[in-house]
Design a protein around this ligand. Structure first.
Ligand SMILES: Cc1cc2nc3c(=O)[nH]c(=O)nc-3n(C[C@H](O)[C@H](O)[C@H](O)COP(=O)(O)OP(=O)(O)OC[C@H]3O[C@@H](n4cnc5c(N)ncnc54)[C@H](O)[C@@H]3O)c2cc1C
Length: 438
């Protein structure tokens, strides 16, 4: 088996992998990106709509345009890129086994960045009853058919789930001459970004049915109809609301699952709420030298946030690898890992936080990302440890579809660092969003 050595190996060549690799290279590390597809860019290559890069590049780009800006930098930086190469195994000691047409590769890395993205939930995940006809597919697959393979998924389309991919596809299929009969959403609120509800549904008169789900799939061998029904506040089907809708295609936009099978092989622990690795403030998992970023860590709303997060992970991975190399060169034995961590806990109305812990000594990164569990009209972020308030935000509205970021000031970071250094793990830091009475 061909054996190669790099300071940093990045698994996945989407926007997260490319940004992480560029930062690691900038820090002086030798870097390789391994990507199973025939080109870099990840999911961006099929997202031909605009709306990317508004905050990172301060301009509105399509997915492929956003990807191209990074691909050009990766080439210019001389980063080694292995395309059409699939990583099949990752060990705790950072050995990466990959496979391509030339055979097997073994890449030994000082640090790893996990950037494998996520996959879509399918029908099996929500157990829709009925027959198993052709014509039931995920929204992302339909996007690939239309935007990359020039294929038409059907004529009369129903979409289940109001996440951004479903909304984008409602508009895309309408523009391509298909009839989108409606978007159905189990929750009493839409799951996608407000701008996508407006631009993709309202502007095309596509109805959005809230508190409604698909209760049966009818047809064989091809989809002929679906049954939908309203649900009550406990998500129980309201029997007399059942309705059959004739259609030939059902698109599922019912969520994304981070791709962490490889991470688990290396012993990385996952957060059961996000299915992504539990990381500290340097985006390092609980396996030393293995870092994570992008959709493999938690599902992002905007690619701009993916890029920022990946740059932090790439920089931290390079620092880790170069430090280890320097210590090895002078024959010093790395100090025993005398680390302890303070958990960052998702408090009232918060689904999860990234990072999930601060590890001593902290890396002084002061960005805390989280999502709320339900829409809140007037609420404020509050970060506390015991009786002490570290951060208090201004009252405003929150939506679960929007990823929230709190950037702590240098003083607040120093305060947390001091707590982390003194506190051997007792007092957690709680991130909450509390409703404010008007
Ligand atoms: C339909 C849709 C619409 C979107 N619209 C917007 C928008 O309007 N604006 C916006 O800002 N964002 C949007 N996004 C979000 C944005 O595209 C994602 O957040 C971003 O692409 C995630 O980047 P990533 O690198 O983490 O994952 P990905 O882009 O999924 O890249 C992961 C890469 O890892 C590779 N990989 C996985 N496993 C392996 C393995 N074992 N070996 C080798 N390679 C592997 C995959 O092939 C893939 O290329 C949209 C996303 C979708 C799906």
């Amino acid at each position: 088996m061909k054996q190669l050595h790099y300071d940093v190996v990045v698994i996945g060549g989407g926007p997260a992998g490319m940004a992480a690799a560029l930062k690691a290279k900038e820090k002086g590390a030798t870097v390789a990106i391994i990507e199973r597809n025939e080109e870099l860019g990840g999911i961006l290559n099929q997202c031909i709509h605009s709306g990317f890069g508004l905050s990172y590049f301060k301009q509105e780009l399509t997915g492929p345009e956003y990807a191209e800006l990074f691909i050009n930098q990766v080439i210019a930086a001389g980063i080694d890129v292995y395309l059409e190469t699939m990583v099949i195994d990752l060990s705790r000691d950072r050995q990466v086994k990959a496979m391509n047409q030339a055979g097997m590769l073994l890449l030994c890395a000082g640090a790893i960045v996990l950037a494998m993205g996520c996959r879509e939930r399918t029908r099996g995940a929500i157990k829709i009853p009925g027959s198993r006809p052709a014509g039931v597919l995920t929204a992302g697959l339909a996007q690939r058919y239309v935007n990359i393979e020039n294929r038409k998924p059907g004529e009369r389309i129903v979409i289940l789930g109001s996440g951004d991919i479903g909304l984008i596809m409602a508009r895309r299929l309408t523009l391509e001459g298909m009839e989108v009969l409606g978007v159905y959403e189990l929750m009493p609120y839409a799951n996608g970004l407000y701008r996508n509800i407006k631009n993709c549904l309202d502007d095309f008169d596509i109805p959005l049915h809230l508190s409604t789900t698909v209760t049966n799939i009818i047809g064989h061998p091809h989809l002929e109809a679906i049954e939908v029904a309203k649900v009550d506040e406990n998500f129980k089907v309201i029997e007399d609301s059942r309705e059959v809708i004739a259609c030939d295609t059902l698109l599922l936009s019912i969520g994304l699952i981070p791709e962490n099978e490889l991470s688990q092989k290396s012993g990385v622990s996952l957060n059961p709420r996000t299915n992504g690795p539990l990381v500290n403030e340097a985006l390092e998992t609980d396996q030393p030298g293995i870092f994570a970023c992008g959709n493999v860590l938690h599902v992002h709303d905007l690619v701009d946030n993916v890029t920022l997060e990946a740059e932090a992970a790439g920089a931290a991975a390079a620092t880790y690898a170069l430090q280890q190399k320097a210590e090895a060169a002078v024959g010093e034995k790395r100090l025993a890992e005398n680390k302890y961590s303070i958990p960052l806990v998702a408090g009232e109305n918060v689904g999860y936080t990234v990072p999930a812990k601060l590890t001593s000594p902290t890396q002084k990164a002061g960005r805390i990302l989280f999502r709320v569990r339900k829409p809140l009209e007037n609420a404020a972020v509050i970060i506390q440890s015991g009786e002490k308030t570290i951060f208090q935000g201004k009252p405003r509205a929150f939506k679960p579809s929007v990823m929230e970021a709190v950037q702590l000031s240098p003083d607040q970071i120093n305060e947390l660092t001091a707590m982390c250094d003194q506190n051997s793990g007792g007092q957690p830091i709680i991130v909450a969003v509390q409703e404010v009475n008007q």
